[in-house]
Write a protein of this length. Structure first.
Length: 68
C-alpha cells in the first residue's frame, strides 16, 4: 500500500514537472515568434525609410534641374 502511495505521489510530481517544461517551451516559442515579427517590422521600416530617402533625392534633383 505504501509503495502505491509513493508511486502516485511521484507520478503527480512528475506531471507538474512536465507541465512546467511544456509552459517553458510554449513561452520560448512565443518569444521566438515575437522576435521574428519584430525583425520583419524593422525590415519593413528600413525599406520605407529607403524609399523615402530615394523620393527625397529625386525631388531635390528635380528642383535643381528646374533651377538651371
Amino acid at each position: 500500500m505504501r509503495s502505491i502511495i509513493i508511486l502516485a505521489a511521484a507520478a503527480t510530481l512528475s506531471a507538474c514537472g512536465l507541465d512546467t517544461a511544456s509552459s517553458a517551451a510554449t513561452a520560448a516559442a512565443l518569444k521566438k515568434q515575437e522576435l521574428e515579427q519584430g525583425k520583419k517590422t524593422m525590415d519593413q521600416a528600413q525599406q520605407k525609410i529607403g524609399q523615402s530617402m530615394e523620393q527625397l533625392q529625386q525631388s531635390q534633383q528635380s528642383r535643381e534641374d528646374a533651377a538651371k
